[in-house]
Design a protein around this ligand. Structure first.
Ligand SMILES: [Zn+2]
Length: 180
């Protein structure tokens, strides 16, 4: 990544995409488009084969992706809040949902996020796999935790405190150190 990257709110993920010879590229990474329906099928299949794994497997997958994404933004590690906002903007522009950082306190450390229209909340209804109200955005909270873990150089966890899926006004996330 270049060191003169634009501010989070000024950059366009779409302008960074390049489709050539059957390969869609985002910088050095290859990306593929996945429809919401395909992800709903994935949820259904895992639910049929290993239902107990959903919560942890998607969190862990998100965690690894978040760690990897932070690796691509290493040059921003000297300004953690800016790096985090850049990550959040990428999350929004990639279509995962609308997220805002409601607090970011490095002294604790603790961060809070508010999300609406998150893809997992919508999918949860579409997939029909949940019969009771619950928080469902495991991949997203995993990504937040993985990203912050690398950014802070210590292990953190992200919990979802409220979720649109169960009728709350928005999804609310808190990121905290794994241990004090
Ligand atoms: Zn949620």
């Amino acid at each position: 990544m270049k060191t003169d990257m634009p501010k989070a709110e000024e950059y366009s993920l779409m302008e960074s995409l390049e489709s050539k010879n059957g390969r869609l590229g985002l910088g050095d990474s290859r990306v593929v488009l996945m429809t919401e329906q395909a992800y709903a099928f994935l949820l259904q299949v895992i639910n049929e084969h290993a239902p107990q794994a959903i919560k942890y497997a998607f969190y862990d997958m998100g965690y690894r992706v978040g760690q990897e994404l932070m690796g691509t933004l290493k040059d921003r590690a000297d300004d953690p809040e800016r790096a985090f906002k850049y990550f959040v903007e990428t999350f929004r522009q990639a279509g995962y949902g609308d997220i805002t950082v409601t607090s970011f306190d490095l002294s604790k450390p603790e961060a809070r996020l508010r999300g609406t229209n998150l893809f997992e909340s919508g999918l949860a209804k579409q997939s029909g796999i949940y019969r009771s109200p619950r928080t469902v955005d495991h991949y997203s909270r995993g990504m937040f935790a993985g990203f912050m873990s690398v950014l802070l150089g210590r292990e953190v966890v992200c919990e979802e405190m409220a979720c649109e899926f169960r009728g709350d006004g928005a999804c609310e996330f808190i990121i905290l150190p794994f241990s004090t």
